[in-house]
Design a protein. Structure first.
Length: 66
């Protein structure tokens, strides 16, 4: 089973993006969704696979901190 984690897109570099999660920044592929800076997305195995709301992303981050 694979898990997708919410992240915020902080920079777009062509088909790649820099995303930020609490305590982590990483480069992922942005080929399928074409997310823009400031959007919240789901990241799975190095790919952005969907968009999510800011509220949903922060709710998941809160659950992960517990």
């Amino acid at each position: 089973m694979c898990l997708a984690f919410p992240a915020k897109v902080v920079e777009v570099r062509g088909e790649k993006a820099i995303v930020e999660m609490p305590g982590l920044k990483r480069e992922v592929l942005n080929k399928m969704i074409h997310a823009k800076e400031g959007e919240f997305v789901l990241v799975q195995q190095g790919f952005i696979v969907d968009r999510v709301s800011e509220e949903d992303a922060k709710e998941v981050w809160g659950c992960l901190e517990e």
